[in-house]
Design a protein around this ligand. Structure first.
Ligand code: UDP
Length: 330
C-alpha cells in the first residue's frame, strides 16, 4: 500500500512507522512539522527501512494539496494533533483549529484524491467521565474538555464523510493510556514536557525531577487514586496495522485500544519503584481537574474482529521499557 502518515515523527506515529517499515510491504510517506515530533526518531528509523519525509504543517493547505497531487495514497494514518488536556482548556481554538479544522481539510483532500482508507487517532477522552469505569465503543461520549471535543468532532466528520462517499472508509482508534518504548531501544517518548504518569515517574527515577505528585487520593477506587488502562506502545502500534488490514475486507469501524484492565496511580508508582529499585519521592497532592476516577477499555471488539494479538500486557514491561528509554535521553 501507498500510505501517508501525518505526525510520523511523534511518539505514537514513529512507532507505527517503525512497525510498517519492519513489515516492509508498503511505500510510506511521512509528514510532520516537528512541533512535538522528533527528528532523531526519523533519523533512527532510516536504519529500519526506506520512507519519504516531507516537512509540512497541516494548516498549509497549499503544500498539502501538492503532496496529494504528486502521490497516490491508498491509506492515511492521521496522528498529527495537539494532545494536552489542560492546555486545551486555556487555548481551545488551538485545538479546534488543528485537531478538527485541519483534520477536516485532510479528510476532504483524501476524498478528493480517492484515498480509500483513513485511520484516525482518537481517544478515551471522548468518553468524558463514564458512570461505569469500563467503556465499550457504544458507551456515551460526553467529553469534558476541548481536547476530547476536538477529537470527537473529527469522529463525526469521518462518519458523515464515509456515509456520503462509499469508497472512503475510516478506522477510528480510541486510545487508552499509552506508555513505554520500543523493546529494541531504538525509539520512545521524546517530548520533555509530557505530563503523563509513567513518563513523569521515569523522569523522577532518573533524577530529572526531584519528586512527583499523586493527583488525588480520595477517589472512590480501591486505594483512592485514579485507575487507568495502560497499554504498551508496541501493542498500540500493531493495532493500526490490524485495523488497516481489517478495512481491506470490512466496512468502517471504531475500536477501543486498551487491554481491558486497570491499575491505580499508587500501583503504577509501586511497580515503578520495584522495577527501578529506586525509592523516589512521591507527594500526595489534590485532584487534577477533569480526571475521571476510572477509565478502562472494553477491548473485546478489537481482539475479536481483527487479527490484533497483544503481546506486552504487563505493567512491569511497560514501565521498564519506558525507563530504559528515559535513561538514554539527555
Ligand atoms: N497522574 C498523577 N501524577 C502525575 C501524572 C498523572 O497522579 O504526575 C495521574 C492523573 O491524575 C491520572 C493518572 O495519573 O489520574 C493518569 O494520568 P495521565 O496524565 O498519565 O493520563 P490521562 O488518563 O490523564 O490521559
Amino acid at each position: 500500500m501507498n500510505i501517508l502518515i501525518t505526525g510520523g515523527a511523534g511518539y505514537i506515529g514513529s512507532h507505527v512507522l517503525k512497525a510498517l517499515l519492519e513489515r516492509g510491504n508498503d511505500s510510506v510517506t511521512v509528514i510532520d512539522n516537528f512541533y512535538s515530533g522528533s527528528k532523531e526518531a526519523l533519523i533512527t528509523l532510516e536504519s529500519v527501512g526506506k520512507f519519504e519525509f516531507i516537512k509540512c504543517d497541516l494548516s498549509d493547505t497549499f503544500s498539502l494539496r501538492e503532496i496529494f497531487k504528486t502521490h497516490k495514497f491508498d491509506a492515511i494514518i492521521h496522528f498529527a494533533a495537539f494532545i494536552e488536556v489542560f492546555e486545551s482548556t486555556v487555548k481551545p481554538l488551538k485545538y479546534y483549529l488543528n485537531n478538527t479544522a485541519n483534520a477536516a481539510n485532510l479528510i476532504n483532500l483524501a476524498i478528493e484524491y480517492g484515498v480509500g482508507k483513513f485511520i484516525f487517532s482518537s481517544t478515551a477522552a471522548t468518553y468524558g467521565e463514564p458512570e461505569s469505569g469500563v467503556v465499550s465503543e457504544q458507551s456515551p461520549q460526553n467529553p469534558i474538555n476541548p481536547y476530547g471535543k476536538s477529537k470527537l468532532m473529527t469522529e463525526w466528520i469521518l462518519k458523515d464523510a464515509a456515509a456520503a462517499n462509499p469508497n472512503f472508509k475510516y478506522g477510528i482508534l480510541r486510545y487508552f493510556n499509552v506508555a513505554g518504548a520500543s523493546s529494541d531501544g531504538l525509539i520512545g517518548q521524546n517530548y520533555p514536557n509530557a505530563t503523563h504518569l509513567i513518563k513523569v515517574a521515569t523522569q523522577t527515577i532518573t533524577g530529572k525531577r526531584e519528586s512527583m505528585s499523586v493527583f488525588g487520593t480520595d477517589y472512590a477506587t480501591k486505594d483512592g487514586t485514579c485507575v487507568r488502562d495502560y497499554i504498551h506502545i508496541e501493542d498500540l502500534a500493531s493495532a493500526h496495522l490490524s485495523v488497516l488490514e481489517y478495512l481491506s475486507s470490512n466496512d468502517s469501524d471504531i475500536f477501543n485500544v486498551g487491554y481491558g484492565r486497570g491499575f491505580s496511580v499508587f500501583e503504577v508508582i509501586e511497580t515503578a519503584k520495584k522495577v527501578s529499585g529506586v525509592d523516589f519521592k512521591v507527594i500526595n497532592a489534590s485532584r487534577r481537574d477533569g480526571d475521571p476516577a476510572v477509565l478502562i477499555s472494553n477491548a473485546d471488539k478489537l481482539k475479536t474482529k481483527t487479527n490484533w494479538k497483544p503481546k506486552k500486557d504487563s505493567l512491569e514491561l511497560i514501565i521498564s521499557s519506558a525507563l530504559e528509554w528515559e535513561k538514554k535521553l539527555k
